[in-house]
Design a protein around this ligand. Structure first.
Ligand code: AMP
Length: 217
């Protein structure tokens, strides 16, 4: 059965890093709506360019645009054995659209993992986060001089500025917390302690996802 995973969690929880790692280990595509949008901006895609101002302010891009991106991506061949979603769904409308799509595809149930981290720790982490100007690699170590993937220059993400960080956390509480409520009652919902060292988070996360996959049968 397909392993369909959603990595939830506030900005700065480390969900992108964990999603990447888990996806690589299991040979699944990691599908990050933030990465797809940033890449589309680099390619000067008009829809993505129209969304850029909202992204830079830390606001959400409209549901219609995001749902269209995810639908198109989940229908591709490489997502048929499962996927790891990072940064989607961020609103209840997106979560409903995903359920509707999964129902139509008759794909396995969604395994939802919330990477939980206290807010003061998130603010500290986000203020130190950088991104590569060249290839867009996220969450590279902040003391590095250049990107480990392509050697490109590391810059602060436009949306990691202090004021924007607080705005992103506020929007998370307002729009994305309700998504956790939406999933919470499902037997395949799990919470991992994201304040632990990344290695420990990865171990817990693997065990929880396997447990949830076994429970759904
Ligand atoms: P991320 O890299 O996941 O933090 O995403 C960066 C920005 O892209 C967000 O702050 C939003 O402006 C936009 N974005 C990414 N995913 C979504 C989504 N599922 N819904 C709405 N906006 C999104």
């Amino acid at each position: 059965m397909a392993l369909n995973v959603i990595m939830m969690g506030p900005p700065g929880a480390g969900k992108g890093t964990q999603a990447e790692r888990f996806a690589n280990e299991r040979g699944l595509p990691k599908i990050s709506t933030g990465d797809i949008l940033r890449e589309a901006i680099r390619e000067r895609n008009p829809t993505a360019l129209a969304a850029q101002a909202r992204m830079d302010r830390g606001e959400l891009v409209d549901d219609e645009t995001i749902i269209a991106i995810v639908k198109e991506r989940l229908l591709r061949a490489d997502a048929q054995n499962g996927f790891v979603l990072d940064g989607f769904p961020r609103t209840v409308a997106q979560a409903r659209a995903l359920d509707e799509l999964m129902g139509r595809l008759e794909s396995g149930p969604l395994i939802v993992v919330d990477v939980a981290v206290p807010e003061h720790e998130l603010v500290r982490r986000l203020a130190n986060r950088k991104i590569c100007e060249g290839c867009g690699t996220n969450a590279v170590p902040t003391d590095a001089a250049a990107c480990g993937q392509c050697g490109g220059q590391l810059v602060q993400r436009a949306d990691d500025d202090h004021g924007v960080v607080l705005e992103r956390l506020r929007i998370y509480q307002q729009s994305t917390r309700p998504v956790l409520e939406y999933y919470k009652q499902r037997p395949t919902f799990r919470v991992v302690n994201g304040a632990q060292p990344p290695e420990r988070v990865a171990l817990d996360l693997n065990a929880m996802i396997d447990d949830a996959a076994a429970a759904r049968r």
